[in-house]
Design a protein around this ligand. Structure first.
Ligand SMILES: [Cu+2]
Length: 475
């Protein structure tokens, strides 16, 4: 455990030194620099071809030597638009029906309220598709999504399935909002870089009627203790910790998941606390896993087993427990330290990866070279919100989960679009978290499973955002 703490400290120090080196005024991925094609107050978001003319304009700054997020974003968008322009009208995805996903703050008030109304519809919708024998705690349609994430949780993080599985998960959620709850507006994402100083001030978390609800009530507490994927992590307390009591999701009841271990409040020197805890994982897992290494291998699925849907009986007891009925409020604990880990420079650092394996490892903080900063972008987005978002399994109970994961998918999409012809169908990583136990490499023919939500899909079906079930681009 001692070595774990020292590794955590090392990881955090690396992160901190990286972050402090990031220029404060670096260009953000603000959407204002590129207006969405026909973004209006209207709810229906399908676009016609002429609306995309803006993406075709040559921009001399695109050839500047230092890549920036803004330039990379435009390169990605131009790739999508050019690809679609070449398609016959009969193609299932063209510029005529391309959906543009938008940053929450750039959506109109009407669109935001329509979105949260649809989410409320989903968690009021009964019965769930899950059977009580498989998911005893499921009470509504939102719980089906949470259950799917709990059941698959051990297969889809810290490995080669991370991006693909969560991409399709967000898509299935969007589909349910549209088909079952009549939502017609854009699918939103939360651009963390816009509120890295304090998410409480962002339109996502300001607690108003047009937000995704605000912070949890302020309740003095110690850190939150999390055990998952062979990691034992103590996350420092944030600024809330209690129930979410304002905005559209005030009073939302969460049904699945196990209560986290929250340490008692005690006088905390925030500065020293922050240097002593954090998350860091390395390719050499023995020092990170410590005593849990053997437990981890028994609870991980074998490379073959994971290709089949997970039956509840095959799940480890701790995961099965998370499927039981455990009604409680939605908690958040907005954490300024973690919010600071996702600045524009951090996103650009990830996007500098030459292959998708590197992108995943940098996102999750376990790239081989420990001298590199590890922005931990995926985890930092969760930890910045805190509360239920600190639960690696039941976190999709908080509707803001899907805005974080859309933003994560956006980074993946922008990365793919830098060299679309070679990157779109590139897979990387192996089939088990941290490759423990050692497993085969992920292939395009691997199946990924979603429980009751939908039929499983092959990896190759979810690689391109403009093919198969998808037809979307980020603004
Ligand atoms: Cu996840």
């Amino acid at each position: 455990m001692k070595s774990l703490v020292s590794i955590l400290s090392l990881g955090l120090l690396l992160i901190r030194s990286h972050v402090s080196a990031a220029p404060q005024g670096s260009p953000s991925s603000s959407t204002s620099d590129l207006a969405a094609p026909v973004s209006t107050d209207g709810i229906n978001e399908s676009f016609n071809e002429t609306a995309f003319a803006a993406f075709e304009v040559e921009d001399p700054s695109l050839d500047a030597p230092q890549p920036t997020l803004r330039r990379m974003k435009r390169k990605y968008q131009r790739y999508i638009v050019r690809t679609l322009r070449k398609r016959p009208r009969s193609h299932s995805c063209t510029l005529r029906n391309l959906a543009v996903r938008k940053e929450w703050g750039s959506m109109s008030r009407r669109q935001r309220i329509a979105y949260t109304d649809a989410v409320k519809c989903l968690y009021s919708k009964k019965p769930p598709l899950s059977s009580l024998s498989n998911v005893p705690g499921a009470r509504n349609r939102l719980d089906d999504f949470v259950a799917s994430h709990i059941q698959q949780g051990q297969n889809i993080h810290f490995d080669g399935y991370l991006f693909a599985w969560h991409r399709h998960f967000v898509h299935l959620y969007e589909k349910a909002l549209r088909e079952e709850c009549g939502y017609r507006g854009p699918t939103p994402y939360w651009d963390w870089t816009l509120s890295a100083d304090d998410p409480r001030k962002s339109p996502v978390f300001d607690g108003s009627a047009t937000s995704m609800s605000g912070n949890g009530e302020s309740i003095p507490h110690g850190g939150t203790y999390v055990t998952a994927f062979g990691l034992n992590v103590t996350l420092p307390p944030g600024t809330g910790g209690g129930c979410v009591k304002d905005g559209p999701f005030a009073g939302l009841q969460v049904n699945l998941g196990v209560n986290p271990t929250v340490l008692p409040a005690e006088p905390v020197d925030l500065t020293s606390n922050l240097t002593s805890v954090g998350v860091y994982a390395s390719a050499d897992r023995s020092d990170v896993l410590g005593d849990n290494a053997s437990n981890s291998s028994t609870s991980s699925t074998s490379s073959n087993a994971r290709l089949a849907p997970v039956a509840s009986n095959d799940l480890p007891p701790a995961v099965r427990e998370a499927l039981n009925y455990n009604p409680r409020c939605l908690t958040r604990d907005i954490n300024l330290f973690w919010a600071n880990q996702v600045r524009t420079k951090d996103v650009e650092f990830l996007l500098g990866c030459g292959n998708v394996d590197c992108l995943e490892k940098r996102s999750d903080g376990w790239e081989l070279d420990r001298t590199l900063p590890q922005p931990l972008l995926h985890a930092a987005g969760h930890f910045a919100i805190g509360g239920l978002q600190n639960d690696p399994f039941a976190s999709p109970s908080d509707p803001v989960f899907y805005l974080h994961h859309a933003a994560f998918d956006r980074v993946y999409s922008i990365w793919q679009g830098q060299d679309g012809d070679t990157r779109t169908y590139q897979v990387g990583g192996t089939r088990t978290p941290f490759n423990i136990p050692p497993s085969d490499k992920v292939t395009l023919d691997d199946n990924i499973d979603f429980g009751v939500l939908a039929q499983g899909v092959k990896m190759r079906d979810v690689m391109s955002t403009i093919d198969g079930p998808y037809c979307y681009m980020y603004d």
